[in-house]
Ligand binder design. Structure first.
Ligand code: ADP
Ligand code: ZN
Length: 657
């Protein structure tokens, strides 16, 4: 491919026109004016005293020009010139000497005195008014230049609002997407992405498609157009998307959602258009949109008038996504921490219909990430990476990367040859200090409470016959939750009272465990209590499971009951009482159970503090097979159950910030 063709292929690049050079030009012109030759008076610079003593009194002066009452140009007579030694001064066309007048009155007196004293020296004196055209030029032009500059600046931004064409003129509508071309920048591979094994498994298919599109399209299969990476900041979403491009050896366009949304109307939409235009030229490729919630928030919510600009951008994005067929090999990857706020249109089939969870790493994940980032560093041999991972609960990949870099800097500052464990300790301490300010870090005390709380849930679920089977329990924080236990709910719609009671006990398990172990309860169980309350009210007032209240159902689906309750004050009181006594009963039952199983509870909590995450098999190893799953009623619970069906009991909130 010739260079010209290459350029043409890069179409938009060719027309990239940077207006900064206009500003530069103006500045050059202004500066240049100062240096235009001939603008300054020639002649040797002397001073007033020298003029009187060396020239005027000696009769060497033929003529002087007093310019602007400011300075004097001196023309010497022929006699003087003959005796002048300085060639340069004498050969000059203009005045031969010049000097600045210190005070006009003083000069006039001195001059008059001299001229009267020596009338034979016929000196021509001329008063000259000379406007320096540069000064005039600048005083008129400078404001003009400034106005033009401001106008240009505004035009650059506003022209985007004229949509496509206007945007082209001043390059506003051009997407800011940075293009990492295939051969150069994207050298990231899956090896650089530590942990996240589940997520990797999910994206290999997309990578394979980008590598061998015909293999899939030949069979008529539909390839996903987009995937949504969901997870908190710094967990490696961008890294993962980049690694996909690197693995597939395709170009990578990356842009942040907030880049689309600028002050002026229409810019976002034209940026989207341009981004896709560039991407189509480079297909197969990956487009990565970071922080998609900046444009993808549900439309028409929140603000009274809605945000037109954002909506236009979002609509344009949807149009473009529908417009390209995935056969072309454009894969959209978006990242967000808030999939719940996204407009449902974005999540529809054919758009970002796949969600890949990129969670905070557990201790094993952090170990793997430490390994990746320590690899390029020069460290002493006896670094205990597991220990580093154990010391950094709550850290995400970006935190780990930061710590490794910081450790290297600390070691360098001390002039060390290799980074030692101490340097890592210092770096971790420093980083934790920063995180504490952002209240993202969990103190050791809190961590212990969370561990016992989660262990309490796990133990209750383990020994209660009707509770859902456990999938995993973890104290890796997630969102506002300090930890969570994940269960596989039975697929069913009907529950009997026993089952609901067991579930209530399981939900209470966290708080009860805190109560037993620490003798006090934390605010962390709020979410649990909300669910229990809801459940108990449901049992009493909706499902007719309370003998006292009877078989009545007051399901407030329309929210009308706020205004008029369909039951008497007495019934209302009764419902409240029933709910309370039901929860009280469940609490007592849970407490009995956990007291009975306290040694198991402590075992699980301690193990959680060590490894942060326990799966069902770990619990079986520690406390034996779950009673209700023992043979002969062996139930193959939880095997091969898809993720979507799991129920997460997200709880023990770290009520900070
Ligand atoms: P996000 O896009 O989720 O906010 P990034 O992908 O930008 O996070 O991550 C920032 C940096 O943190 C990466 O460049 C990388 O150095 C480091 N990092 C994050 N997650 C991982 C990981 N799983 N493995 C290795 N490095 C990681
Ligand atoms: Zn809980």
């Amino acid at each position: 491919m010739s260079e010209q063709e290459e350029k043409d292929k890069n179409g938009p690049k060719k027309s990239k026109f940077n207006y900064y050079w206009i500003y530069g030009l103006f500045i050059l012109v202004v500066l240049g004016i100062q240096f235009i030759p001939g603008m300054t008076t020639p002649g040797e610079e002397i001073n007033e005293t020298a003029f009187f003593n060396n020239y005027l009194k000696q009769g060497k002066v033929e003529k002087i020009n007093i310019v602007n009452k400011d300075f004097v140009e001196v023309y010497l007579n022929e006699k003087a010139l003959a005796s002048e030694t300085d060639e340069a001064a004498t050969s000059a066309k203009g005045p031969h000497k010049k000097f600045t007048i210190l005070s006009m009155d003083g000069f006039r007196n001195d001059l008059n005195g001299q001229l009267e004293a020596n009338p034979q020296n016929a000196v021509k004196v001329e008063m000259v008014d000379r406007t320096d055209w540069r000064g005039g030029f600048l005083s008129y032009l400078l404001p003009l230049i400034i106005i033009v500059l401001i106008w240009l600046f505004i035009m650059r931004r506003v022209s985007g609002s004229m949509g496509g064409a206007g945007g082209q003129i001043f390059n506003i509508g051009k997407s800011k997407a940075t293009l990492f071309d295939k051969d150069t920048s994207v050298s990231v591979t899956f090896n650089d992405v530590a942990g996240l094994e589940e997520a990797k498994e999910e994206v290999v298919e997309i990578v394979d498609f980008l590598k061998h599109p015909s293999k899939y399209t030949a069979l008529g299969g539909k390839i996903p157009k987009g995937a949504l990476l969901v997870g908190p900041p710094g967990t490696g979403k961008t890294l993962m998307a980049k690694a996909m491009a690197g693995e597939a050896k395709v170009p990578f366009f990356s842009i942040s959602g907030s880049d689309f949304v600028e002050m002026f109307v229409g810019v976002g939409a034209s940026r989207v258009r341009d981004l896709f235009k560039q991407a189509r030229e480079k297909a197969p490729c990956i487009i990565f949109i970071d922080e998609i919630d900046a444009i993808g928030r549900a439309r028409g919510k929140g603000m009274v008038q809605g945000n037109d600009e954002r909506e236009n951008t979002l609509n344009q994005l949807l149009v473009e996504m529908d417009g390209f067929s995935s056969k072309k090999g454009i894969i959209m990857i978006a990242a967000t921490n808030r999939p719940d706020v996204l407009d449902s249109a974005l999540l529809r089939p054919g758009r970002f219909d796949r969600q890949i969870v990129i969670d905070r790493p557990d201790i094993k994940g952090r170990e793997a990430i430490f390994k990746v980032h320590i690899k390029p560093l020069k460290v002493v041999d006896d670094i205990d990476i597991w220990k580093l991972a154990a010391q950094t609960p709550g850290f995400v990949g970006a935190d780990v990367a930061n710590v490794c870099n910081e450790a290297a800097l600390i070691a360098a500052r001390k002039g060390k040859k290799a980074i030692t464990d101490k340097d890592f300790q210092d770096a971790i301490d420093r980083h934790i200090g920063g995180l504490e300010r952002k209240s993202r870090i969990i103190s050791p005390d809190e961590r212990e409470i969370i561990a016992y709380h989660e262990a309490g849930h796990a133990i209750c679920g383990w020994y209660l016959e009707h509770a859902d089977p456990l999938l995993k329990v973890t104290i890796v924080p997630r969102g506002m939750a300090g930890g969570y236990a994940q269960y596989i709910p039975k697929e069913r719609f009907l529950y009997n009272a026993d089952e609901l009671n067991d579930q209530m006990c399981m939900l209470l398990g966290g708080r009860v465990a805190e109560d037993i172990i620490f003798g006090k309860v934390s605010t962390g169980a709020q979410n649990d209590l909300e669910r229990i309350t809801q459940m108990a009210y449901g049992m009493v007032s909706v499902y007719g499971m309370s003998e006292k209240v009877g078989n009545v159902s007051f399901n407030d689906t329309n929210g009308e009951y706020n205004f008029k309750k369909p039951y008497s004050e007495e019934t209302s009181k009764m419902i409240d009482e029933e709910v309370r006594s039901m929860i009280k009963l469940a609490y007592a039952k849970t407490k009995d159970l956990l007291k009975d199983k306290q040694s198991e509870l402590e075992m699980i909590a301690k193990e959680l503090l060590k490894t942060e995450i326990l799966f069902k098999s770990d619990l079986e190893r520690l406390i034996g097979i779950r009673p209700s799953e023992m043979p002969p009623q062996e139930r193959a619970a939880g095997i091969g159950s898809p993720k979507a069906q799991t129920d997460v009991d997200e709880d023990i909130q770290t009520n900070k910030g």
